[in-house]
Design a protein around this ligand. Structure first.
Ligand SMILES: Nc1ncnc2c1ncn2[C@@H]1O[C@H](COP(=O)(O)OP(=O)(O)OP(=O)(O)O)[C@@H](O)[C@H]1O
Ligand SMILES: [Mg+2]
Length: 238
């Protein structure tokens, strides 16, 4: 059974429709990439899945149970977390305080401590800089914090909206290698990414979204073919 199943999802803002029937499924232990031009609806899709934008129609199932229509905090509790575009960490709070915010919904102290220890193991900088104000961290460190904050909720599915935004190429490779570790630990991931080549090579499949619709699905094989990748991304005229 798919861990995440999105069926014919339509969503938008007020009277403006942005997504026109998006469907895909994510298998346990796998990753799915999402690429597409600015304004295509990628962030709207992430927010709609996470319960932050209402669906006009369609459905989202997590481990076979419907999550569409649920509040964002309930979606997190059920096992799906979003690392939003632009990270949105709290610069005036310490690293540890930011991490604690991700614990919302966890009940007992022991499992909270275990979750914190686990992300500090994965991202040692969050341990060495535990008492730093988050705003003082570098861009790459802030992205690690944003991912870690989502992970302490122990998600089955982690959505990442442009985790590499504003990061140097070597730091981007670090983020992707951490994602590999996270997947190996049992979390499936959806990654929105501007660098089509990078994510197509990384994920089992990658959707190209244009004007609110899935235009094509790519596999790692396609990452080797620059021309096909450009065509798929920009349309037949590219
Ligand atoms: N809060 C909002 N209210 C109204 N319209 C919005 C809102 N957020 C996004 N939109 C519109 O929805 C469309 C899709 O935006 P979205 O942010 O989902 O695109 P995107 O694919 O994530 O783009 P980018 O690559 O630039 O991040 C755009 O036309 C945008 O103007
Ligand atoms: Mg976006």
């Amino acid at each position: 059974m798919a861990i995440l199943e999105v069926k014919d999802l339509q969503a938008g803002y007020g009277k403006v429709d942005v997504l026109f029937g998006v469907s895909f499924s994510l298998e346990p232990g796998q990753s799915l990439g999402i690429v597409g031009p600015n304004g295509a609806g990628k962030s709207t899709l992430m927010k709609a899945i996470a319960g932050e934008v209402a669906l006009k129609s369609g459905s989202v199932h997590l481990q076979g149970s419907p999550i569409s229509g649920k509040k964002p905090e309930d979606v997190v509790r059920l096992g799906l977390s979003l690392v939003p575009e632009g990270r949105q960490i709290f610069g005036g709070l310490t690293v540890t305080e930011n991490l604690m915010l991700g614990l919302t919904g966890r009940r007992d102290k022991a499992s909270s401590k275990q979750a914190l220890d686990q992300v500090r193991g994965l991202f040692p900088v969050l341990n060495t800089h535990a008492e730093y104000q988050a705003g003082m961290l570098s861009g790459g460190q802030q992205q690690q914090l944003a991912i870690a904050r989502a992970l302490v909720a122990d998600p089955k599915v982690l959505l990442l909206d442009e985790p590499s935004l504003g990061l140097a190429p070597t730091v981007i490779m670090d983020v992707f290698s951490k994602l590999k570790e996270i997947i190996a630990l049992g979390t499936s991931v959806v990654i929105v990414e501007q660098r089509a080549h990078l994510v197509t090579a990384f994920a089992e499949k990658t959707l190209i979204i244009r004007a609110g619709k899935v235009q094509a699905t790519l596999t790692p094989e396609d990452a080797k073919d620059e021309v096909a990748l450009r065509r798929a991304y920009f349309g037949a005229g590219a």
